[in-house]
Design a protein around this ligand. Structure first.
Ligand SMILES: Cc1ncc(COP(=O)(O)O)c(C=O)c1O
Length: 619
């Protein structure tokens, strides 16, 4: 029975959305001519009908016209209804409708030819793979954790605008992790194009066999230098880097115990699992709890404390110094995931650990030598991504030469996979080098974050308090969070993804907003007023409502300490007047020429002719 699979389309099809599984099952079992009543209903849908009709045209099923009931359902859901021109270009739901149509057709075929419904007799006792898959999917649908992907195509020349399935429909993207817009930075694009022309599309092999070039090593030197560590190692993603590093070190260190923050990312959790080491979970950012747990393990036992700097779904920031102190006291090493912080914090964009000794690192920012006793120096292993603030793709670890060599030598996730394409590694290094020289993007990103948070607070729209660049707008219900996201997209041309369980706890569902330096004042105004409208229409709880029921996820709760942003006024240039200006009235993003020159020189020896001048003119 395909009913459970059809329910996957509930969010895009008004009919499926307002039908329950039993109703659908009854329709599927009912007979209408030579098809089921469900298929007959599908034929009446203005979106699925034409698709079904074209799929079965050779069998001369009836074509469809508008249907009053379906029209009313569409209207009640505020979805444009125009059966005369029901094409996939016109209807944002048509792709899903066409997939659902294919399923309905399959069901009709099965009814017409029952022999195909079941496995042949001799296979009667074999495992029912399809039923199994459908059962697993049904569980996801039932607990509302089934994931729906939006069709979002970010347009480089119009950052932060994207088009949806229809290239004519444009929306403002407010939830991308391309935090600084580096995916469209001209020096990055130019470098990648030249590398592609010179070195081709793929790396040609693993790092061990033909896939280790000067560009890969150059990127690793850049990463070691920005984190002021002896060495770095690049992976195809930071998911792989975290998994491979923790699994390798955790399994090599004898009887190792890994202490993992309760909010750690799936990649770290997977790495710890793969290590086979004993895992101890400590309460998120809770130093007292961590200490109690560290104390319970003999001092001479090898230990890893694994945590993140910026937690991406709530925006909280780890007390890195306090964790280093505990690590020293109890003989542990530290593994810090700076995925949501690299490019974003610190004078050179090395992350929160760098930011915490801002002045010391700023005054020596081109040296690459460690600042002894600084927080970044005290962290043993840093992992990061090339795919978020640096705008490309890939991941890495940085640490001591010996540690990195152990991972390089033992980690299957590093050894047995094709290395990143030359254009990717060249683009990533250029992006890092540019951001090392220019603080303007991350400063403006922070200023925009402050502005959005301020304006949401004015409207009593609840934001989970935090000191970082993440703006989690609390909704507190999975269905409502999804509806709010859908409404923003369909009615206000704003894309903000809803975040539901299991990524966040049930009851703490939210819209996760991430401003960029490319968002204009006009776009900010539109976002805030659209959110206000959606909060009214869906009757979502405002901050006062959360206060009245004791608060949730830090909203409407009495904070023991005020939350101060990581970037202070001085670091943002607000005290000496050097803060970047917000984009408004058609003002274009700034591309810093000096940073372009320095960034393009990094690979000058490999990518002749010189780029100097090309990008500057384009900017
Ligand atoms: C905290 C954290 N670590 C690691 C990763 C994986 O990074 P990548 O996207 O490079 O695989 C993510 C991805 O979103 C993340 O949020």
């Amino acid at each position: 029975m395909q009913v459970t699979s059809l329910l996957r389309y509930s969010h895009v099809c008004p009919f499926l959305g307002h039908s329950n599984p039993n109703q659908l099952r009854a329709l599927a079992n009912g007979v209408h001519g030579n098809v089921s009543s469900l298929t007959a209903t599908a034929f009446r849908c203005p979106m699925m009908g034409p698709k079904l009709a074209s799929m079965v045209a050779t069998r001369s099923y009836a074509s469809v016209a508008g249907n009053k009931e379906v029209e009313e359902i569409h209207k009640s859901k505020d979805i444009p209804f125009d059966p005369s021109s029901a094409t996939s270009e016109k209807c944002p739901h048509a792709k899903a409708a066409s997939d659902a149509a294919a399923m309905a057709q399959k069901e009709a075929d099965t009814k017409a030819n029952p022999a195909t419904e079941h496995a042949p007799t001799h296979e009667k006792d074999t495992f029912k793979y399809t039923e199994f898959y459908q059962g697993e999917l049904h569980k996801k649908i039932a607990d509302k954790s089934y994931r729906y992907f939006n069709n979002i195509n970010r347009i480089a020349a119009k950052f932060p605008v994207a088009h949806t399935a229809n290239p004519q429909d444009e929306v403002d993207v407010w939830c991308s992790n391309d935090y600084l817009g580096m995916s469209k930075n001209p020096v990055v694009l130019e470098t990648m194009k030249r590398t592609l022309d010179r070195y081709g599309a793929g790396a040609g092999g693993t790092r061990n066999i033909a896939g280790n070039g000067a560009l890969h090593m150059s990127l690793e030197n850049e990463l070691a230098s920005i984190h002021r560590k002896e060495a770095a190692l690049v992976f195809s993603s930071c998911y792989v880097a975290n998994d491979a590093c923790l699994a390798t070190i955790g399994s090599k260190l004898p009887d190792c115990v890994i202490f993992s923050d309760a909010s750690n990312h799936a990649s770290m959790i997977q790495g710890i699992r793969h290590s086979g080491a004993k895992k101890v979970i400590w309460k998120h950012n809770d130093m007292a709890d961590l200490e109690v747990k560290l104390k319970s393990v003999p001092k001479e036992t090898p230990k890893i404390i694994a945590f993140e700097s910026v937690y991406s779904m709530c925006g909280s920031v780890a007390p890195i110094k306090a964790i280093c102190d505990l690590a020293d006291k109890y003989g542990a090493i530290t593994f810090l995931d700076e995925v949501h912080a690299v490019g974003m914090y610190g004078p050179s964009g090395a992350g929160v650990a760098e930011h915490l000794d801002f002045e010391a690192h700023h005054s020596t920012r081109r040296s690459g030598a460690s600042v002894k006793g600084s927080i970044m120096d005290r962290i043993d292993i840093i992992s990061g991504t090339l795919g978020k603030a640096w705008g490309v793709v890939g991941g890495y670890i940085a640490g001591s030469a010996d540690l990195v060599d152990v991972v390089r030598s033992y980690a299957p996730g590093f050894i047995f996979t094709t290395s990143l394409p030359p254009a990717v590694v060249a683009g990533a290094q250029t992006s890092i080098a540019y951001q090392r020289e220019f603080m303007g993007d991350r400063r403006l990103q922070q200023l925009n974050t402050r502005e959005v948070k301020r304006r949401l607070a004015e409207m009593s729209i609840p934001v989970v308090p935090n000191p970082s660049h993440i703006i989690p707008v609390l909704v507190g219900d999975a269905q409502l969070a999804k509806e709010a996201s859908d409404m923003l997209l369909a009615k206000h041309q704003i894309y903000v993804q809803s975040i539901n369980y299991p990524t966040v706890a049930r009851g703490e569902e939210r819209l996760r907003i991430t401003p960029t330096p490319g968002h204009t004042t006009e776009q900010i105004t539109h976002l805030v007023s659209s959110l206000d409208t959606v909060f009214n229409e869906l009757e979502l709880k405002r901050t006062g409502d959360w206060v009245a029921i004791g608060g949730r996820a830090g909203v409407g709760m009495v904070a023991s300490n005020p939350v101060l942003p990581i970037w202070n006024d001085k670091q943002l240039g607000l005290e000496d007047g050097t803060a970047p200006e917000r984009l408004e009235g058609g003002k274009k993003s700034v591309v810093r020429v000096e940073a372009v020159r320095i960034a393009e020189k990094r690979l000058h020896h490999l990518l002749e002719p010189s780029l100097v001048g090309t990008v500057t003119a384009a900017a």
